[in-house]
Design a protein around this ligand. Structure first.
Ligand code: FE
Length: 336
């Protein structure tokens, strides 16, 4: 009996000693991200260099990551979800996948229209969707707004990407918010009437169609323009900042939310905060020819050559809220 007790107490003591001497777990943050590896890796590497905190991340499509996070529930290892397009952040929020973050750093660095009203997600970079045109066939004075592309002057001269892409759904969603459904539908019908050719499956093909003389004007995200111009500097296509006398250029974001069950909550918030500061903002934006979300941080790289623009100040959440209406409207208007 005595021997057994002694054995038990010896093993208890050994266990206690082991627990005490076990090194503390290295701090880390786990991220699910739809940003491509080459865009996000330099940013996380810099963070680890500066803080010693490891960032483990998984990249996949927005939809796949949201589905995975929902399926994993409170067993998910993920602390943060980084996606492109406010529509996706809105979807994740609707599914209860995020928790609010009360951070003065984030509310200072991220403008109110580029984050959730309840602080469940925050923009990280801004992407601009604006007009591209043929400088050979169009004078910039002839251009003004997305809405004006519905006018008869553009009959047979407009190129559009498919309405199936969330980018155009978001643009139409903001037009519904601003003009009401009836007027927005009339504008979209005008676009469809003015199409020079079938809709395109991507922005790059659209820009090339303008260069090839298939149409004179279109609507694209500026980073596609930037990538193509980097390859073909003499491409006869130019950018025009839309709606500078009205609502401003249509913008969207890439952004981040803290997951509802984040195992490394405090470390994750520190990473979110850090990503809203100057060096990572510039790194993130420049890699994909986007713009820093933090207005105190200057854009860098090729985008500076395109000049400054005023962006739409509607909350980007509208893209999510009105997405279903936008899809239905485009369908009614015959926009495929
Ligand atoms: Fe894109």
């Amino acid at each position: 009996m005595r021997i057994t007790l002694r054995l038990v107490s010896v093993s208890l003591l050994a266990g206690w000693l082991a627990a005490c001497s076990e090194p503390p777990k290295d701090p880390e943050v786990v991220v699910y991200t739809s940003r491509k590896d080459h865009l996000i890796r330099p940013v996380f590497d810099l963070y680890t260099q500066e803080t010693g905190v490891k960032v483990r991340y998984t990249t996949d499509d927005d939809g796949a990551l949201i589905t995975r996070l929902a399926a994993e529930g409170n067993n998910s290892p993920a602390d943060l979800l980084i996606t492109v397009d406010a529509g996706n952040l809105w979807q994740a929020t609707e599914q209860g996948l995020f928790q609010p973050v009360d951070s003065e750093v984030l509310t200072t660095n991220v403008p109110a229209n580029l984050r959730d009203v309840d602080n469940r997600w925050f923009g990280q970079t801004v992407r601009a969707r604006t007009l591209v045109y043929s400088p050979d066939r169009v004078q910039p004075e002839e251009l003004s707004s997305y809405e004006a592309l519905a006018e008869p002057a553009w009959k047979g001269r407009l190129c559009l990407r498919t309405s199936k892409k969330v980018y155009n759904q978001s643009l139409v969603a903001t037009m519904i918010e601003r003009h009401g459904e009836e007027k927005a539908e009339a504008i979209v019908r005008g676009w469809v009437d003015n199409l020079a050719t079938d809709v395109f499956s991507n922005d790059t093909a659209l820009i090339e169609a303008i260069a090839a003389g298939q149409c004179d004007v279109g609507i694209v995200n500026t980073y596609y323009f930037g990538r193509l111009i980097a390859e073909k500097p003499d491409l006869p296509v130019a950018l025009f900042w839309a709606n500078q006398d009205s609502s401003g250029v249509h913008i969207n974001i890439s952004g981040v939310g803290l997951t509802a069950h984040a195992p490394n909550r405090d470390q994750a918030i520190k990473l979110m905060e850090w990503m809203s500061t100057a060096a990572p903002q510039q790194l993130l934006a420049e890699q994909n020819m986007e713009y820093p979300v933090n207005p105190a941080v200057q854009p860098t790289g090729v985008v500076t050559a395109w000049g400054e623009f005023r962006g739409d100040d509607l909350n980007v959440a509208v893209a999510g809220k009105r997405q279903v209406e936008a899809v239905k409207l485009m369908d009614r208007a015959g926009y495929r």
